[in-house]
Design a protein. Structure first.
Length: 174
């Protein structure tokens, strides 16, 4: 059931009026981080139909070797996957113009001093860090690197930008 807000009676409430499907907004009494994030999301929402295609990059040499981080070349299997993906999109989206952007925010996690190591290497060289990571993988920050929490913070603006786009193919990491 829809009930309109009374600007006098409801003056102490936090609310957002979305007018004409997002042509304008009225934001009232918004406080704190969570409420401001909701406002940010609503102001960037995209109502027109479009597709967002999500895919993982083709297997890299580091993936094949069990190494973390890095920007290693694709393996033979990864190259085959990338070629197949290209062929799919040539057929699927032949009529659309292709604009390619590379966003540093979509890079693999920065593993700091552990960059390029296997998890076995980390266990041997940095046993305390390996234990800390096993206890809390989300908050664990690699020495001189990032945590998954950092990656999530890095990706939030990307997600908002994708919401504003038309058709998008997002190629990211596992």
């Amino acid at each position: 059931m829809y009930e309109p807000l009374d600007e006098v009676y409801d003056r102490d409430l936090s609310y957002i009026k979305v007018i004409n499907a997002g042509r304008s907004f009225f934001v009232h009494n918004v406080n704190g981080h969570s409420q401001s994030r909701v406002v940010y999301f609503l102001m960037n929402i995209h109502l027109l139909p479009r597709a967002i295609y999500l895919t993982r990059h083709g297997e890299s040499e580091y993936n094949r070797a069990g190494r973390i981080g890095g920007d290693s070349p694709l393996s033979d299997n990864g190259s085959k996957y990338a070629t197949a993906l290209l062929e799919f999109f040539k057929k699927e989206l032949a009529s659309l113009a292709a604009h390619i952007e590379y966003w540093k925010a979509l890079d693999e996690i920065d593993a700091g001093v552990c960059e390029g190591l296997t998890y076995e290497d980390i266990q041997q060289r940095y046993p305390r860090q390996a234990q800390d990571r096993a206890r809390d993988k989300y908050h664990f920050r690699f020495p001189s690197g990032e945590s998954y929490e950092d990656v999530v913070a890095r990706l939030e603006p990307v997600i908002m930008e994708l919401e504003r786009q038309t058709n998008v193919l997002l190629v990211s990491h596992q």
